[in-house]
Design a protein around this ligand. Structure first.
Ligand code: CMX
Length: 442
C-alpha cells in the first residue's frame, strides 16, 4: 500500500476508538438549540454535524486541521490534501509517493471527451465539469466493492481510491473543458515531473514564462481546499455520500451547489463587478465613485459580490493571502488597484446599509483579479478552478465519513402548521403561568 493509505490505516482505528468513546460517554449531552428563525433561515449556526478536516472560527477564518490557512500559503495542494486526510503534512517521501499516485492515475477515459464534445457549445464550464465527473461513475471502485459485499469497516479504502482517481484526473478534465469551451485548440498532455498545479497550468496552455502564474495557481488551489462541513457544497457532498453514493456521485452533487451564485459562482460575478466599475470610470474609479456604485448595486436590490459571509466576521484570510500575492507581484495593475480601493470602501458602505452581518471581503473578492492579470479572462471558468481545489476537501471529508461510519443524514422537517401550533401552545402556557402568578400575589 502507498504511504497515504498506510498512514490512514494506522490513524483510523485510533479515531474510531476516540470518537466511539466520546459518543458512548457523552452522547446525550446537548450542543445546540434551534430557533424558529434558524429553521426558516437556512439552519444558520445550528450545530448538527461533524467535520474534522477544517473549521472556520468566525473571528479568524479557515483552519485546516488546526493550521491557519495563511500559514499554508507556501505549500503545495498535494501536501494540503495529505494534511486534510491525516491531520499532518507529509514528509518529502510521502509527498513524492502521493505525486506518483496522481501521475499514475491521471489519464482521463476517452468517453469523457466524447460526452463533453456532444454537449451544446455554450454549456457552462461548471456543467461540463460536473457532467465529466458524473459520467466517470462507472469507474467507481467503491461501487464495485460494495456490490461484491464489502465489510463496513473497509468502506474508506475504495472511497480513498475513488478520491485519488478523481483528484488525479481533475486538472486534465478542467483544462480540457477550458480548451474545448473557449476554442483554444487541441488538448495539451501533462508532463512527467511537474506538480499537480504546474501540470494544470501547462494543460491550460496559458503562457507562463516566469512560472509566476503556476505559483499563483498553486496558491489558488491551496486556499480553496476546504471550508468546514456546513457550506452548500461540502454539506451536499456529505449528504449524498451519507446514502453511500460513491465519490463520483457525491462530489459532482456538491459541485452543483458550488455552481450557485451565492456560493462558488460569486467569484465570476465579483470580477465582473470590478471590471464594470473600471469601465464606467475610465479605469480609475475614485473612492467616491466606488461608494456611489456600491450604493447603486444595493439600491437595485443586488448583493455586492465578494463581500459578506454566512460564518466569517472578519476579512477572509484567503482574501488577505490573495491580496498580498497581487500587491507583491503587480501592485500597479488597474484591476488590482480597484480591488484594493473597493476593500477600503465597501465594508463601510455595507455597515451603513446595515443588513449584512459581515461587511468584510470573502475569498472571492480578490481571486479573480489574479487570474485576470495572468491572462485567464474567461470568468465563467473561475468556479471550475475553485472546484478542483474544493474537491480535495470534499474527498477527504468523504474518506473520513466512511472511516467513522457516518450515518445516513435525516434531519426532521416540520410544517408551518406545526410551528404555529407550538407558538400558540407556548402562548397559552405563558398566559396560564402569568395568571397563576397573579392569583398567588392576591
Ligand atoms: N451585499 C448586499 N447585501 C448583503 C451582502 C452583500 N455582499 N451580504 C449579505 N447581505 C444581505 C443579505 O442578502 C441579507 O439580506 P436579506 O435580509 O434582505 O435577505 C442580509 O444581508 C443578511 O445576510 P447575512 O446573514 O449577513 O448573510 P447570509 O449568511 O444570509 O449570506 C452570503 C451569506 C455569502 C450568501 C452573502 O453575504 C452574499 O450574498 N454575499 C455576496 C455573494 C458572495 O460573495 N458569495 C460568496 C461567498 C463565499 C462562498 O461561500 O463561496
Amino acid at each position: 500500500m502507498a504511504k497515504l493509505q498506510n498512514e490512514l490505516a494506522k490513524l483510523i482505528p485510533e479515531w474510531r476508538k476516540e470518537i466511539g468513546a466520546l459518543v458512548k460517554k457523552n452522547g446525550s449531552m446537548k450542543i445546540s438549540d434551534v430557533t424558529i428563525q434558524q429553521a426558516y433561515g437556512g439552519m444558520r449556526g445550528v450545530k448538527g454535524m461533524i467535520c474534522d478536516t477544517s473549521e472556520v472560527p468566525p473571528d479568524t477564518g479557515l483552519l485546516v486541521r488546526g493550521i491557519p490557512v495563511g500559514e499554508l500559503a507556501d505549500n503545495l495542494p498535494e501536501e494540503v490534501f495529505y494534511l486534510l486526510c491525516t491531520g499532518h503534512l507529509p514528509n518529502k517521501r510521502d509527498l513524492k509517493a502521493l505525486q506518483d499516485e496522481y501521475a499514475a492515475r491521471a489519464k482521463v477515459p476517452a468517453y469523457v471527451w466524447k460526452v463533453l464534445e456532444a454537449m451544446p457549445k455554450d454549456s457552462h464550464p461548471m456543467c461540463m465539469l460536473d457532467t465529466a465527473i458524473l459520467c466517470m461513475e462507472r469507474e467507481s471502485k467503491f461501487r464495485k466493492e460494495y456490490d461484491k459485499g464489502m465489510h463496513k469497516s473497509e468502506y474508506w479504502k475504495p472511497t480513498l481510491e475513488d478520491s485519488l482517481d478523481l483528484l488525479a484526473k481533475l486538472p486534465a478534465i478542467a483544462a480540457g473543458v477550458y480548451r474545448m469551451r473557449f476554442k483554444k485548440g487541441k488538448r495539451i498532455a501533462p508532463k512527467k515531473g511537474l506538480t499537480w498545479s504546474e501540470n494544470f497550468v501547462r494543460m491550460l496552455g496559458i503562457k507562463d514564462p516566469s512560472g509566476e502564474f503556476a505559483d499563483c495557481m498553486r496558491l489558488y488551489l491551496v486556499l480553496h481546499c476546504d471550508h468546514e462541513g456546513g457550506n452548500v457544497s461540502a454539506h451536499t457532498t456529505h449528504l449524498v455520500g451519507s446514502a453511500l453514493s460513491d465519490p463520483y456521485y457525491s462530489v459532482s452533487a456538491g459541485l452543483n451547489g458550488l455552481a450557485g451564485p451565492l456560493h462558488g459562482l460569486a467569484n465570476q460575478e465579483c470580477l465582473n463587478w470590478i471590471i464594470e466599475l473600471n469601465k464606467k470610470f475610465n479605469g480609475k474609479p475614485s473612492k467616491e465613485d466606488i461608494r456611489k456604485n456600491a450604493w447603486e448595486t444595493l439600491k437595485a436590490g443586488k448583493v455586492i459580490p465578494g463581500y459578506g459571509h454566512a460564518v466569517l466576521r472578519v476579512s477572509d484570510p484567503r482574501f488577505v493571502a490573495f491580496r498580498k500575492f497581487g500587491m507583491d507581484h503587480f501592485p500597479n495593475d488597474k484591476i488590482m488597484r480597484t480591488v484594493n480601493n473597493v476593500f477600503e470602501i465597501v465594508p463601510e458602505v455595507l455597515r451603513e446599509h446595515g443588513k449584512a452581518k459581515n461587511p468584510w471581503p470573502n475569498v472571492d473578492a480578490g481571486s479573480g483579479a489574479l487570474l485576470y492579470h495572468y491572462g485567464l479572462k474567461e470568468f465563467s471558468f473561475y468556479t471550475v478552478l475553485f472546484s478542483i481545489s474544493r474537491a480535495m476537501g470534499m474527498c477527504s471529508q468523504l474518506v473520513y465519513d466512511r472511516a467513522l461510519g457516518a450515518s445516513i443524514e435525516r434531519p426532521k422537517s416540520v410544517t408551518t402548521r406545526w410551528v404555529t401550533e407550538q407558538v400558540k401552545a407556548k402562548a397559552k402556557k405563558d398566559r396560564a403561568r402569568k395568571a397563576k402568578a397573579k392569583a398567588k400575589k392576591k
